[in-house]
Design a protein around this ligand. Sequence first.
Ligand code: N01
Length: 534
Amino acid sequence: MDTETIEHTDIVVIGAGFSGMYAIWRLRGDHGIVCFEAGDGVGGTWYWNRYPGARVDIQSVEYSYGFDEDLQQEWHWPEHFSAQPDLERYANHVADRFGLREAIRFSNPVQAMRFDAETNRWHVHTAKGDHVVCRYVIAATGALFVPNTPPWPGRETFRGDIYHTAQWPREGVDFTGKRVGFIGTGSTGIQATPLIAEQAAHLTVFQRTPAFVMPSGNTVLDPAFEQDWKANYAPRRQQLLETFGVSMIEYPALSVHQCTPEQRKEILEKAWASKSAFQMQVAFTDVMTDMAANTVVSEFVCSKIRETVHDPVTAELLCPKTYPIGGKRLCIGNGYFEMYNRDNVSLVDVKTDPIVAFTATGLRTTAADYALDAIVTATGFDAMTGSLNRIDITGLNQRKLADKWADGPTTYLSAMVAGFPNLFMIHGPMGPGAQAQMITSGEWQVNWTARVIADMEQSGFSRIDTTETAERWWAAEVDMAADTTVHKLADSWYNAKNIAGKKGGFMIYVGGFPRYTALCDRAITDWYRGFIRS
Ligand code: N01
């Protein structure tokens, strides 16, 4: 006999990261809400990524919630760019302050979801056996949640410990006296390695592609700066939404071609010292659209690397030469290049000599064996689609989302997928994602979703879907935006090329947040253009 208890609610939120928590707060007034969270705490990205050096690279006065004036006035960020423990503390404070935990079921990931077309309800099933029937699902599942673990053989034979930075032990790891191998030199690797190098007997960094890394210049938060933000929070939050990347950076007036060599140098030095990696991307009007301009900036960064790293062979290996600056997400580091001047750090180029296996005693490349006591993988994520593809999602006509997305994701406005009604995504594939400050842009997307749901209810509709025509239109918009930039010239998680065999086109909308929000708003005001409500 089936003894399963079926619960009914209005909305299921998947994920208690920053967007999921805000969705609970924003929608719970008028709706029953249940939120399922895989971890045993709140914070999402900032819950999982607790590796040494994990730190946000957008200033914290921006990278924080704006929905509650008292919260933003009372909260104090100790540093300009907050470290993971402070971000997790903030997430916990918000959960407690606003009573969000009541709605969250921890350590209980959603495993399967099925849309019942007769009743227009989603049936949501979880790891702990919950079965919740709801009208809407909001997937705030995170663009970077499922770790990428390259399938090197021999993992089980390695006698030491293997870690992935996105699944770091809560109690930390002591590398004192150990020979540590570190794979991956993206945003995560460049943050973690300098701290591990301070502890380890020896650190060997295995690099496939060098990164463009700007110095962070992180400091304790200047009280006058904090006061200025607190005195102006409301207009600043609005201003953020009107900027390209939902972040206050200085936009340039000049093309590189309009500048003398002296002017170029002055502008680039200012951008380098600006405390924002993204300033480098917009040092001139044409960095992201003209390879000649881009090369001027790339060469400037390489000159900084050569000035910093004493060993010329290592310095050359660290200079990115195969893709444009800004093509992949830029990184902000704290002493990353300086680290290579330490006696206990060495760099291995695994582009020319790839890793082939774990061994009992370390790692094997095509040319050598490396003896190691611990291995850290910072090999990134099955980004954008990984989180949802891991859930067995069945939409209309028994169609599985993973099948629909087998050749890459399709979405309309990154918010919905045709054939999967009443399922909304926050920071979904083909959205502004990594090119827009995630907390503020997430709040905006949740507000937009809340508006759509409120309209449904006022108009007496019970189903909203999008169409394949609308998805094609959005794909063309996403491609058009990317085609005008240098992004497509780099292989990264933006275009699914970070994982061998993964399919998909360009997955980030790089047309700017103001255009994105205008298109989302216009879809609503144009009588839900691209949607079908019934
Ligand atoms: O992941 P990545 P990440 N053999 O995909 C290498 C955000 N973030 O975790 O470049 C050898 O960027 C891979 O090499 P390659 C941010 O949006 C933000 O670092 O593919 N190496 C690369 O070096 C960021 O973009 C913050 O050739 C292999 C690395 O692993 C996103 O998260 C901090 C390999 C993966 O780099 C992801 O960053 C951290 C293989 N088989 C992260 N497979 C801040 O806010 C992969 N690699 C500061």
